[in-house]
Design a binder for this molecule. Structure first.
Ligand code: PNS
Length: 173
């Protein structure tokens, strides 16, 4: 049984993440989506439980997915769960330096290999941090995250009422 890990913060899960998880699920018997418990990023928008719930809903159509939390080293989690590989999405060359460094470190620490999947072009600009920023300022993220995540973001940050923003086209008439 081949098991892959898709690790990350998933704060929140985006359609880019989902694309990588779905494609990984086609190649491995089991995919463990590993949500980090101790992100470097101090300010998380969603709690761990909310992130887990959103991931569960987003992957409900797949039957070989587990959602788990981890803290500490990813390679220790991989060993404890019998994972054979780490799978990451690569969006652009800007991802490559850091991802290569992490892949080589993880390989050195435990012998585990990291496989990279090229992000689908329609998602190549997407990141959780940009989604959070756009949503925070009332922008439309419905094409970037699963519907239930967009709903959740919409509840947290209601869309701006454009009539109150002062529409310059109207003013300039
Ligand atoms: O979604 P993110 O925040 O880009 O995910 C980063 C993550 C969680 C994959 C990475 O920070 C990680 O693997 N952290 C675990 C700690 C660890 O094992 N560090 C050494 C890796 S070289």
């Amino acid at each position: 049984m081949a098991t892959a890990l898709c690790p990350g913060s998933f704060d929140p899960v985006t359609l880019g993440h989902l694309d990588i998880i779905e494609r990984t699920a086609r190649h491995f018997d089991t995919v463990i989506v590993a949500v980090i418990r101790n992100p470097q990023k101090a300010q998380s928008l969603f709690s761990l439980e909310e992130r887990q719930q959103m991931l569960k809903e987003a992957t409900a159509h797949l039957d070989n997915i587990q959602i788990e939390f981890f803290k500490g080293l990813l390679v220790d989690f991989a060993r404890d769960h019998g994972a054979n590989a780490i799978v990451k999405g690569l969006r652009a060359i800007s991802d490559f330096d850091y991802e290569l460094q992490m892949a080589q470190m993880n390989q050195r620490l435990s012998g585990i290999d990291t496989f990279f999947i090229s992000t689908s072009p329609q998602h190549s600009f997407l990141s959780s941090s940009l989604v959070r920023e756009v949503a925070r300022f009332g922008g439309d993220v419905t094409s970037m995250v699963p519907p239930h995540v967009a709903d959740r973001l919409g509840e947290m940050f209601p869309p701006k009422d454009k009539s109150q923003l002062g529409d310059s086209t109207e003013k300039d008439h």
